[in-house]
Design a protein around this ligand. Sequence first.
Ligand code: PA5
Length: 424
Amino acid sequence: MQPSLITFSTHSKESHSLHNEALNALQTLLDGSGKGNDFLGWRDLPITTEDLLLEDIIRTAEALKKQCNRIVCVGIGGSYLGARAAIEALSNPFDQKVEIIFAGNHMEQEYLLHLMQYLKGSNWGIIHTSKSGTTTEPAIAFRLLRKQLEEEIGKEAAVERIVVITDKQKGALHTLANKEGWKQFVIPDDVGGRFSVLTPVGLLPMALAGIDIRQMMQGARIEREALLNDHSETNPALCYAAARNSLYRGGKKCEILASFTPRLHYFSEWWKQLFAESEGKEHKALFTASVDFTTDLHSLGQWIQDGERIIFETFLHISESRESLPIPSDTDNLDGLNYLVGKSLHQVNLIAEEATMKAHQMGGVPCIKLSIEQLDAYHLGALFFFFEVSVAISGYMLGINPFNQPGVEAYKQEMFRLLKKEIH
Ligand code: PA5
């Protein structure tokens, strides 16, 4: 068995005391006897996803790329964040073969108006992702964008530029796609939205962005093997779930995910949704927040260092960088930076990370460190899977159902009532 690609470390002793409890939760996940056990499909995706599906995804992405240099990915929540997380983490923002634009993840009119103006007359297409097919935000965006596309190039040509990812046999989007003849990919019944990044929901936009989705699945496969079969106190998912529950029981109210690269900004957004929507039930659970350091050290850093002591931090550490940007010498040295000559910017960033963790610990903020070697498709696939397993263990330790989201309905019902939607 290959070891996990994630290394867990912490200065606090928290994780050890709850190891057995975490292990029981892992067992519950493995034997499928816990709450929400009809939504465990994500657990086996790394080994059940057939190569034929990956080929189809890659082929579809290539076909879209041949016709379009702009693709709008329409979706919200679990039908949006995983794809964006991977694309922002792994692509060079200044060198994109196809421009991937996200929409349908809010209802701001001006954004959509500006986007529609921007797309007008260019070669563009749409990927619409919605498991239910009825989510208001993406449904409105799709209706408007589809209309524009069909008016611009004709209904027949638009068929080649629209792909939908939805339920296998039910839902409005599935019915519509069948009627219009759009290419469809399936979100499996037993995979909930926020656990769907390793299905076509995440993989198709990733393939479009040129990400090696086979490597991503391989990383997830290695991680699956490592996490589901290791019952020792070194299993990083057990350690992480135990540590965060121990800190929560000790009075901490908020976990802040800290990273030192803006490339992980949307990964943190994905992580926040995964944990908050999975655990925030029955008036329990840690509030999940995130910071992009060093940027946020110049804003939220003050609060983290000196504010109310209700937080702990989880640092996402990336050891290596694929490239090196050395800091050059300057004859006048008026900016006083010559003491850094010979170091790469990555090395300076790593030192800033070490210093921040130390300062925050001294300020009374417990810190957890989760490390991966590199930010590439292989390690990101492992990281996605790692957090999915961790949240399942952690949620079971909390005593809630990690796989439903009853709280999301409340605002919808109120909004539908105010909008006078007819409920059938
Ligand atoms: O995790 C979830 O289940 C949610 O965030 C959903 O993904 C989100 O509400 C979008 O739902 P749908 O894919 O049905 O449009």
